[in-house]
Each structure stands twice: as C-alpha cells, then as structure tokens.
Design a protein around this ligand. Structure first.
Ligand code: GEM
Ligand code: ZN
Length: 375
C-alpha cells in the first residue's frame, strides 16, 4: 500500500500504514496559518479489500461541527466523486471503504484543479461576449484571471461574481463553471437579456495559491482573504488588493461572493444587514433576490443560515460587507454545503459539482428579478 498527496490541492500526512484496516492519517495545516480541514490524497492498494482510514487530528480542525453528518468523497477517475461511509469515533474521522480498483482518491469535497481553472477561463474567451484579462499576480505569482462578459457601457448594471476566496470551498468554482456555461450560452434567452442589460465581472478563483497548496481558507501568505477587504496589501493579500482595485475602477451594482460552509447542510445567503449603509432599499432587494431564488430552485432555502449581524456591527473586512458599504449596493454571500442539502438529500453523491453548477444556473432568475432595481 502507498498514500500520496504531492499533487494539485493534495493535503494529508501519513502516520501509520500497517494494513488496510490500520491506516492513520492527519490533515496538514494551511500554509503559514492555523486553518485546517481540507484533505485530498491518493491510495494505492489492492481492490476488494476492506479499508479503514482514520484521520486522527480532526479535533484540531477549524470547524469540528463540520464532521457531524459528514461523508467523505472518493473517486477512481477524478471525474465522478461519490460519498463513502464515514463517521466520527473517539474524535477521529473514520472512513470505511472497499475500493473496486487498486487506486482511489479521497477528498473533503470534489477538487477543482488549477488545470481545470485554466481550461475554464481560456475556453471562455472563445465566446464573442467574453474577454479574458489578468488583474495581476497572487503571492506565489499565479495570474488573477478576470472574465468580463457583455459590452461595457455606462448605462448597464455592473455585476461582480467572485468565488473561492477560501480555496477549500471548491464547490464555489464548480458553481462558477456552471454560471459561465449558462451566461455564454448563445441560445439562452435569459442570458441574452442579462448580457444586454448588465456587464458581468467574474473571478472564478480568488485564491489560486491556496487552491494548489491544499489550503482550506488561507492564501499562500496565510491570510484569510475574506478578512482582508478593508486594508489589503500587495505583499500579503494581492488577490484582494487587485480585485478591489478593479471594482473601484468599474463600480459595483451587485456583488455575489461564492463560498462553501462546513457545518450547515443547506444552500443559503448571508447579506450585509450589519453595515451602516444598510437600509430599507437594500433589505427589499435582498428579500426580492431570495424569494426569486427560492422560486427558481428547491435546492435554495431561507430558513437556515448564519445569525444576522446587529445594526452597525458588521465586519467590514469581509467582501460582501465592504462592497455593500462602499458602493451602497446589494452584496450577498452564497453558501453551499460540504455535506448535502438536508431538505433534498442525494445519498450517493451528497452536495456535488453537478448540483453546484445547477444552483448557479438557477441564480440567473433572481439576478434578472432584481436587475431593474439595482440602481
Ligand atoms: C463566512 S462568509 C462571510 C459571511 N458574510 C456575512 N455577511 N455574514 C466567512 O468568511 O467566515 C463563511 C465562509 O467562509 O464561507
Ligand atoms: Zn468561505
């Protein structure tokens, strides 16, 4: 037997590899910071044997409540990721699986590789509606890609969609793949209407270094990008600095910040109720957006979500709060589950890349619903 993780988004430390029933592993912390929860590794073994893999250090992970009701994902071909029997026992995460083949990958959620990211943004430029540009470089020098969709015109609404500030939340980039696919679809009437009335600025991966290094939340310098929006720096958080700078150049009428949540088994939206600029207009737009999203898909709901910030108590270093306050616009954080949508469970795949892509394609309805009132 052999376990490896020296590949894109790999993260595991091997403690014991005595037998298929005695495998002990540990999750490595994010680069240059304390966050940890993301894992992704490869097992070379003998098909047909029962395996017991114990991740022994989940007590040190960032969101212990994320392990309750959680099932790890596995894949033989890195295309289809299915759920495997997983439980917490004596503060260890126990994965029990009898692989059908000699080689199998395990991960916290279906990985989204940097190669797939490069394919996504470069194939998008084939569309006559889409322009691919580079805002600058990340800490480790990876390009920060921006897709601009729709003719730029002062009369059009400016809609920014950013994703994967937290690199382990890979469902966010699966969402972006689905979003881009529909937005560039020449036969889609709603996309045509939105392209006519708005300009879209899309950043499918805000944190390419964190993604490649197998981080849950940090960038390579160890910064939580969703706490850098008040005072980003080119030295430690260039990813936010560059995107924020571009937003200031274009203006923002709507921000969607796409994330994943470790604990809550639901899709939900967090708004910016606690910012000083929050008013009845914003509250009305937020409700209109949420109601339209509920109408568009049963995979979205408004019953479960984060506690609402008290008035004036929002953390303005977070993207949605900073943008909502600075631009006086609707700014929403969308959260998808690492587990599943408990209201509409899929016992074989849980929440998945395909469902993330479908959720993205459903968001076009609430965007179209609020668009006329964004300014
Ligand atoms: C959150 S996302 C920010 C939540 N936004 C508001 N307005 N409450 C974070 O950054 O901690 C969770 C996540 O990372 O997905
Ligand atoms: Zn996040």
């Amino acid at each position: 037997m052999q376990i490896s993780s020296n590949f894109d988004s790999g993260n595991i430390l091997v403690q014991r590899l005595d037998s298929p029933e005695t495998i002990e592993l540990a999750i490595r912390r994010d680069t240059n910071c304390e966050f940890m929860q993301w894992f992704h590794f490869r097992l070379q073994t003998t098909a047909g044997l029962a395996h017991r893999l114990a991740i022994t250090n989940i007590k040190d992970t960032s969101y212990m409540e994320g392990w309750t009701g959680y099932y790890a994902v596995a894949s033989y071909d890195r295309e289809e990721w299915f759920r495997v029997p997983t439980r917490v026992e004596n503060d260890q995460l126990i994965i029990e699986h009898t692989p059908d083949y000699d080689a199998v990958f395990y991960a916290y959620f279906a990985p989204y590789s940097y190669e797939r990211h490069l394919d996504l943004v470069h194939s998008a430029q084939f569309s006559p509606y889409c322009e691919l540009s580079v805002l600058g470089q990340s800490v480790q020098g990876r390009d920060m890609h921006l897709l601009t969709v729709g003719e730029q015109d002062d009369g059009k609404r400016k809609i920014w969609v950013i994703a994967r500030q937290h690199p382990g939340e890979t469902m966010a980039e699966w969402f972006m793949e689905g979003f881009i696919e529909r937005l560039l679809d020449e036969d889609d009437a709603l996309s045509r209407k939105l392209r006519d009335e708005a300009v879209f600025y899309l950043v499918p991966n805000m944190n390419p270094d964190g993604a490649v290094n197998g981080n849950l939340r940090g960038n390579y310098a160890g910064r939580n990008l969703n706490r850098e929006w008040l005072e980003p720096s080119m030295e430690a958080s260039p990813e936010v600095f560059l995107v924020r700078q571009a937003m200031h150049a274009t203006g923002v009428d709507l921000l969607l910040d796409i994330h994943g949540d470790e604990a809550l088994p639901y899709n939900f939206i967090a708004a910016c109720e606690g910012i000083p600029a929050y008013d009845e207009r914003m509250a009305g737009l937020e409700q209109l957006f949420k109601s339209a999203y509920v109408a568009a898909t049963p995979d979205f709901q408004t019953e479960h979500g984060y506690a609402i910030d008290k008035p004036g108590e929002a953390n303005l270093s977070m993207a949605s709060n900073y943008v909502g306050q600075h631009f006086g616009c609707l700014a929403l954080t969308l959260e998808m589950p690492f587990k599943d949508n408990a209201s509409l469970p899929d016992y074989e795949f849980g929440w998945s890349p395909a469902r993330s892509m479908k959720l993205a394609q459903a968001i076009f309805h609430p965007i179209a619903t609020v668009l006329p009132q964004l300014r």
